[in-house]
Structure formats: C-alpha cells, structure tokens
Ligand binder design. Structure first.
Ligand SMILES: [Zn+2]
Length: 280
C-alpha cells in the first residue's frame, strides 16, 4: 500500500513538472513567432502585399488616452513594437491628469515617459479642456472627444487608432468615454477610408494580474491585433512607468510586477458604418 501511494505521489510530481514545462515551451514558442504574427496582422490590416518585407513605415498610429500614465500602464507593448517597426506613433492624451492639481507636472512626466517608449514630444498632444477633467465622476462629451480625435486623424494622416474598449481596462469612466466617442466616429462615416480603429481588450482580474503567464491566453484567444514584448520591452515599459514619479504609490509597483499589460496587448477592431450608431 505504501509503495502504491509513493508511486502516485511521484506521478503527480511528474505531471506538474510536465505541465510547467509545456507552459514554458508554449511561451517560448510565442516569443519565436511574435514578430512574424505582428507583421502579418499589420499586412492584413493595411492590405500590404505579403512579399513586402517592411510594413511599419505604412503605419501612422494614434494612441488615444485619457490621463498621463495610461500610455505606459496599458499601451506600452504596442507602442514599443510599433516604434521598433518604424511606424510613426502619435499620442493624444485628453486630459492633463489634474485630479490632484498636478497638471503641469504630469504633463512633464508624460513627455518623459513617451520619450522612453519612443514617441518624440512633437508627436504628443495633451488636451487641457475644462469639459474634459480628470475625474471618474465627470461625464466627458462624446462629440467633444470625437471631434478632437477626428481632427488629429486628418491633421496627421492617421490610419490606425488605438484606444480603450467599452470596459476601459480599469473601468475608469474617462477611458470608457473615449471608446464611446470612437464608436460614434466609426458610425458617422467621417473617418478617412484607410483608417482602422482598434479597442484594447479588457481582461478579467485573474488574467490581468498574471503577468507573462497570460501570454498563451492572449495568443490563442481570438483578437485582431496583438503585441508582445520580452524582457527588454518590459524594462522599457517599467522605465516609462517610473517617469510618472507623482503617481508612484506602493500599488503601482505591484501593478508593474504583475500586470499582463506590461507584456502584452490584444485589440479588437471597432467595426465601422451606420449600423453601429446605437451601440451604446
Ligand atoms: Zn487613465
């Protein structure tokens, strides 16, 4: 009987080891394939012939955020990869993050963070509008946001817009308001024909805080656009987070350590056309 229990225990150990190893192999596979997958999804999105080697130069991306630090907390893997592909990446931040009256300091921190991520100050726009306060209780005007975004798209010939989805990753009302505005834009037909809209997927708490372990889920679950960074990209994202000194409370360090958004972003396309008029 003792021998039997011993054998079962050893089998369990082997099983656990096998599961852990398979998981690691899976993550390694993802890292090997990620550049290829990223390039081909961009080629598909922009109808670039599959023979052409570079696609980044065709991409003029606009990341739309609500507060200084959203860019590195949520979008770092995407910004880092697009910059590496030589895409021109712009950032439109709709508030100065003035909740604690530190607007100008936070603007400075944002510029530093963007420099770390590879976005030059000339491509960063921060809006400071009384109707767009950094406040979860404030209802941001959909028409105000959508006209600001549309102006930015036409001024800079943007063909790829990336922003939050309807749950806004953290659920912040200002994040959600941007999604509503982008959906509104998608329904009006005012966007240039070649412009694609992407919404950053919000995942459940369990997946959100499993850091790099979330990679297989992000990889195999269907999404329209997917970016992954390795240890070097993670360090870059972390350095960008550390630029926001005024925000560095203890739980920020936990976020840096455990959030999957430091390693990976998955996006869904926001469909365009009049059918989407009454989505929200
Ligand atoms: Zn935010």
């Amino acid at each position: 009987h003792g021998l039997f229990t011993g054998t079962v225990k050893i089998m369990y150990v082997y099983l656990v080891l096998f599961a852990v190893l398979s998981y690691l192999v899976c993550i390694k596979y993802i890292y090997n394939r990620q550049w290829h997958a990223l390039r081909s999804s961009l080629k598909r999105t922009f109808n670039v012939s599959s023979e052409r080697k570079t696609v980044g130069a065709d991409v003029r991306a606009l990341v739309v955020t609500a507060h200084p630090d959203d860019e590195c907390m949520f979008f770092a893997p995407t910004i880092i990869r697009l910059v590496e592909l030589n895409a021109s990446v712009h950032l439109l931040c709709l508030s100065e993050g003035n909740y604690y009256h530190q607007g100008s300091l936070r603007r400075e921190e944002l510029l530093r963070s963007c420099a770390v991520l590879g976005i030059p100050a000339s491509r960063v726009t921060v809006i400071n509008h009384e109707k767009l306060p950094d406040d979860p209780k404030a209802e941001w005007s959909v028409s105000l946001i959508s006209s600001a975004v549309l102006r930015h798209i036409t001024d800079h010939c943007i063909n790829m817009v990336l922003t939050f989805d309807g749950r806004g990753v953290s659920g912040h009302a200002n994040h959600v308001a941007i999604y509503k505005a982008v959906r509104h834009l998608a329904s009006t037909g005012e966007l240039p024909k070649d412009c694609v809209l992407f919404a950053l997927e919000t995942v459940g708490l369990l997946r959100k805080y499993t850091s790099v372990l979330d990679l297989p889920f992000s990889w195999f679950l269907p999404s329209h656009f997917h970016c992954v960074v390795g240890p070097k990209g993670y360090k870059q994202a972390k350095a960008a987070m550390l630029c926001h000194r005024s925000q560095l409370l203890w739980f920020r360090y936990l976020y840096i350590t455990f959030s999957r958004y430091m390693f990976t972003n998955t996006f869904q396309i926001v469909p365009q056309g009049p059918k989407n008029l009454k989505i929200y």
